[in-house]
Structures are given as structure tokens and as C-alpha cells.
Design a protein around this ligand. Structure first.
Ligand SMILES: Nc1ncnc2c1ncn2[C@@H]1O[C@H](COP(=O)(O)OP(=O)(O)O)[C@@H](O)[C@H]1O
Ligand SMILES: [Mg+2]
Length: 243
């Protein structure tokens, strides 16, 4: 039972803490896309029921022209042709949303985000793993299925914050805090026992919520040098299966 990205957004928007961490998200229309491009310069266009980074389109304002990217394909067009260019990348019969583009911080030259693996083996949500997820070179999505790889989150954050341990710790604490609220919020409306939360981190340390996946993959965590998290995830998966 997938949970659409828009319904998640609307549910999280109701929460007084989460609302300030959500990028503006709307159902797609030509007028909204152009307005949001003017306001944010970059927007992400995605299928409401997408996963694995598939079909994600990035539109970016470049002076008077616009760059439209999807996977390894790219077009540069004038404003009149933005809609047509986006359409060439859209799959039929799917609802799309348009979202404020976020400036993900970089690790060793590639963008990354944070993936938090949450599980509810008993009555409480627990964080079984947190990792940095670094995009493949020059990709605009960090997904494992699009070549993204795991890197220890503390290592990634320390590099972003130039070895400022206090800032690393407080960002990590915020990631944990937000993830717990997200899981509680989603858990109220949906019967889920696992969630893979995607959080964007900007260079400044500002954290944004991208989405929460009810069926997260765990392979990413096998790439970490320390196997504690993956062992935890697999142990809790067995407990959840028993329910
Ligand atoms: N608004 C955004 N700004 C910047 N990058 C984004 C944005 N939305 C998505 N991304 C990038 O694309 C990836 C996939 O987007 P996501 O919404 O998680 O879709 P999927 O369900 O395909 O994983 C994210 O992990 C992130 O790297
Ligand atoms: Mg995702």
C-alpha cells in the first residue's frame, strides 16, 4: 500500500514542527510551474506514486532560458517551451507534483541527503539506522537505485560543517527529532511498521523533509563499514514479520 507524496505532504503540513521543514509542494500545472520557477529558480517535478528516483524531472531557470533534466537527458528551452519539454519526460496517466527545489549540500563533489530507517517492532517507533546517501557523480537524485551510495552520516556532516562537532551533533539531533515526529504523524493515519525517511540538508544546516517511504530498501545500509545498523534493521524486520 503505497502512500502518495501529496497526501504525506498534506498530513505533515498540519504539524506545527514539521510544517516549517517542508518545501512548497503543489499538483502540477503550467502556471504553478512557472510561478515556482520564478520564486525558487529550481523545481522538482515528480510522480505522486514514484519511487527509486524514477521519473524525477528537474527544471532550472538559467538566465532567460530553462534547463529541463530527467535522468541523463537534458534540454535547454525558452519559457514558452518549458511545458512541452516537461511533457516529453512525463509518463502518461500519472499525477505529478511540482516542488520547491532544495540546495542539497555536497560531499566530495556529489549531492547527498540523509536516509533514516525507522521501524516499529513493538508499540514504539525506533530509529534502526541513519546514513548519508551520496548521489552518483553529476546526478540530481541520491537514490540507491540510481547509483547512490552510503557514507557514515557523522563523517559526511563533519565534512560539510568543516569539522565543527557541535554543529554536526546538533544537526544529527534535529534529524532524529524530526524523524520521530514524522513516524508518529504517518503512523497515526496509515498502518505502517517501517519508514525510510529522506531528509535534505543544506550547507547552512537547514533540514528539509523530502518524503517518507513505507517500503524502504535496506541494501544501502549494507554498504556502511559498521554493520550495527543493518543487523538492527534485519533483526527488527524479523520481529515485525511475526506480528
Ligand atoms: N525538492 C527537491 N529538491 C532537491 N532535490 C530533490 C527534491 N526532491 C527530490 N530530490 C532528490 O531526488 C531524490 C528522489 O526524490 P523523492 O521525492 O525521494 O522520490 P522517490 O520516491 O523517487 O525516491 C531525493 O532523494 C533527492 O535526492
Ligand atoms: Mg525517495
Amino acid at each position: 500500500m503505497p502512500i502518495g507524496k501529496m497526501i504525506q505532504y498534506k498530513e505533515m503540513r498540519q504539524h506545527p514542527v514539521l510544517c516549517s521543514h517542508l518545501p512548497e509542494t503543489r499538483w502540477i500545472s503550467k502556471a504553478r510551474t512557472l510561478r515556482m520557477l520564478a520564486a525558487y529558480r529550481t523545481v522538482f517535478i515528480k510522480p505522486n506514486y514514484g519511487s527509486g528516483g524514477t521519473g524525477i524531472i528537474r527544471a532550472k531557470k538559467l538566465g532567460r532560458k530553462y534547463e529541463i533534466r530527467c535522468g541523463s537527458s537534458r534540454r535547454i528551452v525558452r519559457s514558452q517551451a518549458v511545458r512541452r519539454a516537461i511533457r516529453t519526460y512525463r509518463r502518461p496517466h500519472r499525477r505529478y507534483l511540482v516542488q520547491q527545489g532544495l540546495r542539497l549540500a555536497k560531499y566530495k563533489g556529489s549531492i547527498f541527503d540523509a536516509r533514516v530507517y525507522m521501524q516499529k517492532p513493538e508499540s514504539e517507533w525506533i530509529i534502526s539506522g541513519i546514513t548519508g546517501r551520496v548521489a552518483a557523480p553529476s546526478k540530481v537524485v541520491t537514490n540507491y537505485r540510481k547509483g547512490g551510495h552510503a557514507a557514515p552520516i557523522s563523517k559526511v556532516l563533519l565534512r560539510v560543517f568543516k569539522n565543527d562537532r557541535t554543529k554536526m551533533r546538533s544537526t544529527l539531533d534535529q534529524i532524529i527529532e524530526l524523524s520521530k515526529i514524522i513516524a508518529d504523524t504517518m503512523g497515526k493515519n496509515h498502518s505502517v511498521r517501517e519508514l525510510g525517511i529522506d531528509l535534505a540538508i543544506e550547507k547552512s544546516g537547514q533540514i528539509w523533509i523530502i518524503e517518507a517511504n513505507p517500503h524502504p530498501g535496506h541494501m544501502l545500509f549494507t554498504q556502511l563499514p559498521n554493520h550495527k545498523m543493518i543487523r538492527n534493521i534485519l533483526k527488527n524486520k524479523r520481529l515485525i514479520k511475526k506480528h
